[in-house]
Design a protein around this ligand. Structure first.
Ligand code: ARG
Length: 472
């Protein structure tokens, strides 16, 4: 026997079981339980404080809600699919615990402003957790970068060896990306500053609700200014999904490099056994499934963003039930990012780096061809002319299978009269790195300074997060 629906007054027929299944969201929106109860407690207290309901009743509601929160935390809450969603499940349970007074909780409130409020609270927490996750991964990358200031590998463009870089410099590039990802989550929290509660179904309430009171109790800066907007906008969720998708795309590029670099062809790194898996058929295999799945799961987070954008794009104001489709992508993206950040941090912390292999690849003298052109520029030759001359030198070496560094001063002068010395004297891997001492470059001190600045930023952001009131 299905319980009577809280909205059942005007209905003469029971809901079809297939419709009940189709419309229910309790299987996933139970993830909002803690936020729903928190918002209900704030609402009940406000109803009592304003005298909209008797103070004793408000106190009974709060006691009941606290008891429900504990039941949920203990895993003992009897979730009932017939009660559709988390809001009606909590209210239904409240009836069982405190009796008829439970009927006062929904005074001046609709599930529309309720769910928008719950979601904002959830997004604030998820954005904070995501930001923390990006910070933890930055921390690991900075530690590994500092270990590898002197590890040199080819930097690539078009996946062709281009110019030598320090491994520290390479990984600090991802630290920069992750710092921006973290900023996106912080900025999103700043924009989730207005409480939908008190917006009712769409047009507010005839009752003298104190919206500023509930907003403050829930850690919002102020009540949302427009009731229609407050119940029907989901751009906070879209922004979260977008920030997650961008962060996952960045992680996916890092993951792709781990996959490439751990191949025999590169042989630059080896994943720790704890972060790799084997083949059920081929005993010799050690597979990079962890970074592969980070790369693969990036797809679903992009799908989650595109999915919700598509849900919202055609909706007239204000609330439409389509908006219930906001939750699964948000929950899924939050979980996917959290797990991806965690396994990437572990995989990188335990990664074995084959510095010799990297250096051998970086010692290819062709990687210094640009430096040779810049030697000519320093002799006063226009860059285009220098590029052309060195291009002919390189072509000559390729054709005759010569090491670029074997060319004498005379050999070089056959291509341009301004070459000031033999190639071996002009070209040196270490010097090439050290000469790039400008900001953002590869010189050892420059990279060490960059690691230090990155570390300071991580420290600062951690302190800011820690200092925030827990409710915000
Ligand atoms: N489960 C619903 C959702 O997530 C709650 C709001 C339902 N409101 C309504 N008028 N049916 O959107």
């Amino acid at each position: 026997m299905t319980p009577r629906k809280p909205w059942g007054g005007r209905f003469r027929q029971a809901t079809e079981p297939s419709v009940e299944r189709f419309t229910a969201s309790i299987d996933f929106d139970r993830a909002l339980a803690a936020h729903d109860i928190r918002a209900s407690i704030a609402h009940a207290r406000m109803l009592g404080r304003t005298g909209i309901i008797p103070a004793d009743d408000a106190e009974a509601l709060v006691q009941g809600l606290v008891a429900i929160r504990e039941e949920i935390e203990r895993g003992e809450f009897p979730f009932d699919p017939a009660l559709e969603d988390i809001h009606m499940n909590v209210e239904g349970r409240l009836h069982a615990l405190v009796g008829a007074v439970a009927g006062r909780l929904h005074t001046g409130r609709s599930r529309n402003d309720q769910v928008a409020t719950d979601l904002a609270l959830y997004l604030r927490d998820a954005a904070r957790a995501s930001q923390r996750g990006t910070i933890e991964l930055r921390r690991v990358l900075i530690v590994r970068s500092r270990e590898h200031l002197d590890t040199v590998l080819p930097g690539y463009t078009h996946l062709q060896r281009a110019q030598p870089v320090r491994l520290a410099h390479h990984w600090l590039a991802f630290v920069e990306m992750l710092a921006r990802d973290g900023q996106r989550f912080a900025a999103l929290r700043g924009r989730l500053a207005h409480s939908p509660l008190g917006s009712g179904a769409l047009a507010g309430s005839t009752l003298p609700l104190d919206r500023a009171d509930t907003a403050a109790a829930l850690g919002f800066e102020s009540p949302a200014a427009n009731s229609l907007d407050a119940v029907s906008s989901r751009d906070g969720a879209l922004e979260f999904l977008s920030a997650v998708a961008i962060c996952m795309v960045n992680l996916s590029r890092l993951a792709e490099e781990l996959v490439l670099w751990s191949s025999s062809e590169f042989g630059f790194v080896e994943l720790a056994d704890a972060y790799a898996t084997g083949s059920s058929l081929m005993p010799q295999k050690k597979n990079p499934d962890v970074p592969e799945l980070v790369r693969g799961k990036t797809g679903r987070t992009i799908g989650n963003l595109v999915g919700l954008l598509t849900v919202v794009k055609g909706l007239p104001l204000a609330y439409n039930r389509d908006l219930q489709e906001d939750k699964e992508p948000v929950f899924d993206s939050a979980r996917t990012l959290r797990d991806a950040l965690e396994v990437m941090a572990g995989a990188l912390a335990t990664l074995r780096v084959n510095s010799d292999r990297m250096r051998r690849a970086a010692e290819d003298p062709m990687l210094l061809a640009t430096d040779l052109a810049e030697v000519l520029v320093r002799e006063g030759v226009p860059f285009r002319e220098a590029h052309e001359a060195v291009g002919r030198v390189v072509g000559h070496c390729v054709e005759k299978d010569l090491d670029l560094r074997s060319l004498s001063r005379e050999d070089l002068r056959a291509f341009h009269p301004s070459f000031p010395g033999a190639a071996a004297a002009l070209l040196d891997l270490e010097r090439s790195l050290e000469q790039r001492a400008l900001l953002g470059g590869t010189a050892r001190q420059t990279v060490a300074d960059a690691a230090e600045a990155a570390e300071a930023a991580v420290q600062r952001e951690t302190e800011q997060l820690d200092a925030e009131e827990p409710g915000r």
